[in-house]
Design a protein around this ligand. Structure first.
Ligand code: B12
Ligand code: SF4
Length: 494
């Protein structure tokens, strides 16, 4: 028997309220950190954000439809037809700053066909609530976590109460002025309802390197105590779920949704080692034969943790390595060293766990020489996988503040407010975007097209799907005509 879910908090006013959540299809955009080929072959992940929101709505008593138009390949017409037959009273979307206009195209088009109030949420709303709610097709936003704010917003709407008393929301006044209410306290992450995986077809998801079905993603903590200048997570308090709560969700995922493989999307899964060891012990105690991967930092891991993780089914660890240049690492406030990278990557492999390294190209003070050091490090670490991203200063990061000071321009705000769509420069970096693009591509080719690497990678492949995906990506990366730009999909995205 799967464990029972955390207690629901039904709201009498919301019983039977029909709420639809839509996840529109998306593709590469300008200022995309990834190169196109890699992005297109990255996989199809469920929207964890919307699964959480769906769980919160159901716990409050609502009837919920979750349409993943991205994964299901639904057209706008099919989506509208499904919405019509459900008859929602509200429609919700999760928004990101990157994909703002791609998502908004769908929000507008759906609104034209199914004219019910629109509620939006997601990290983007904590940064640009006013600019976003100003759009006519959006009525309400939840600006931070939804656990408390969303049921309170809906109760206020249904009962006609004063919306300005609800914390963590944004809405328009009759004269069109946008009101943003103060942030609520942080949710108790152990009380948050579990993601409502029963609302989606869990068999359609996969990642580029996943090997088992069904596949899903998980998150067991929010925020991060570190302060890397390129990341907005460091500004948020670190809150971790208890081991029992995490493994209860895992057990339900395994027993009720057939999940056999998953990716923990925590910013750094092993920040609290005792918690991770307890999670791993509990997975073993409950005999859950799941395969999983997690992300972490090299200074947050040790042999006892690696050993516990491996025994509990950890197949792969994603490490943020970023650069092979010491000065750049210091500028990024990464507080890790090249020596640590060598040591921890070797230990991880010794424990039988595959390694995946994240690198960035176009950092502050980047030069061709420092990029060569990064590529050299990626090769020396003998990683199983590497991802090279072009630096993109993201809103709400220290790196973006540096750019604001350097250029006097608030690119993302202009993008959201006025639709300005330009290449965003990189602070303290003299290399051109085309150079960064070329070097990023070169890094991939140098890493993946080594005969020894290719032989090992082929030996590792366990499924036909994985083989097909690898061959397709490899082919797209190679078949390129530099004279015409990177027509295999590695071009600077326009
Ligand atoms: C898991 C994850 C993914 C997964 C799942 C995506 C998803 N939307 O669920 C995958 C791999 C698919 C993904 C893809 C992308 N992601 Co992502 N992702 C994350 C990650 C690591 C965790 C998100 C999560 O589930 N958190 C747990 C839940 C509980 O928190 P939450 O998402 O904030 O949701 C809460 C509230 O925000 C709110 N809420 C959220 N949505 C909604 C919607 C409604 C209607 C309401 C009322 C409330 C609400 O309620 C939730 C519960 O409290 C975050 C980083 C992070 N640690 O937060 C990045 C992050 C959200 N992703 C980001 C980006 C940029 C992307 C992509 C654009 C990448 C790309 N170039 O393709 C796409 C966008 C896909 C999309 N259409 O949303 C950025 C967003 C930055 C920004 N300013 O916009 C983040 C912050 C990472 C980063 N620092 O770069 N991502
Ligand atoms: S990059 Fe990782 S360690 Fe650094 S602040 Fe972001 S989440 Fe934390």
């Amino acid at each position: 028997m799967a464990p029972s879910r955390p207690p629901a908090r039904p709201q009498p006013a919301l019983q039977g309220l029909r709420f639809a959540l839509v996840y529109p299809p998306y593709g590469p955009v300008r200022n995309e950190p990834g190169i196109k080929t890699v992005k297109e072959n990255y996989g199809i992940f469920p929207s964890l954000s919307l699964l959480y929101v769906a769980g919160i709505l159901e716990a409050a008593g609502c009837e919920v439809l979750l349409l993943d138009a991205h994964a299901e390949g639904l057209t706008l017409e099919q989506t509208v037809a499904r919405l019509r037959s459900f008859g929602p009273q509200y429609i919700g979307y999760t928004l990101t700053t990157y994909l703002f206009f791609q998502s908004m195209d769908w929000v507008k088009a759906i609104r034209a066909e199914v004219d019910v109030p629109v509620v939006v949420g997601g990290v983007h709303l904590s940064i640009y609530p006013r600019e976003t709610v100003a759009y006519p097709c959006i009525d309400y936003a939840v600006t931070h976590e939804a656990e408390q704010a969303l049921p309170e917003l809906l109760v206020a709407l249904v009962t006609g109460a004063d919306l300005s008393r609800v914390r963590g929301v944004a809405f328009k006044q009759p004269d069109g002025a946008v009101v943003v209410t103060p942030k609520p306290g942080d949710a108790d992450v152990d009380l948050s309802p579990f993601p409502a995986r029963h609302l989606i077809d869990n068999s359609i998801y996969y990642s580029f390197i996943s090997q088992y079905k069904n596949f899903t993603c998980f998150i067991t903590s929010r925020g991060c105590p570190y302060k890397c200048i390129f990341c907005e997570q460091g500004s948020k308090a670190f809150r971790a779920r208890s081991p029992d709560n995490v493994v209860d969700e895992l057990e339900i995922a395994y027993k009720e949704h057939g999940i056999r493989e998953l990716d923990f999307f925590d910013s750094s899964f092993t920040i609290r080692k005792d918690r991770v060891i307890a999670i791993c012990d509990e997975i073993q105690r409950r005999k859950l034969p799941i395969h999983w991967a997690a992300r972490t930092r090299v200074d947050c891991i040790s042999d006892d943790v690696l050993s516990a993780m491996r025994k509990a089914g950890c197949e792969r660890i994603y490490y943020g390595i970023e650069s092979g240049n010491r000065e750049i690492l210091a500028t990024l406030k990464k507080s890790t060293s090249l020596e640590m990278y060598h040591d921890v990557l070797r230990r991880t492999k010794d424990h039988g766990i595959a390694t995946f390294g994240y690198f960035m190209v176009g950092n502050p003070y980047e030069t061709e020489a420092s990029i060569r050091q990064t590529i050299k490090l990626a090769l020396e670490l003998d990683l199983d996988y590497a991802q090279f991203s072009k630096v993109t200063p993201m809103p709400a990061t220290e790196m973006y503040t540096l750019l604001l000071k350097e250029t006097g321009r608030d690119y993302w705000r202009e993008h959201i407010e006025k639709g300005v769509d330009e290449d965003i420069p990189r602070p303290l970096c003299d290399m051109t975007d085309a150079e960064i693009q070329r070097w990023t591509r070169l890094a991939y080719l140098r890493f993946y097209y080594r005969p020894r690497y290719m032989a090992r990678a082929l030996g590792r492949i366990k499924s036909r799907d994985e083989l097909a995906r690898s061959v397709k990506t490899a082919w797209q990366m190679l078949v390129t005509d530099p004279g015409k730009g990177d027509d295999a999909g590695m071009e600077v995205l326009a």
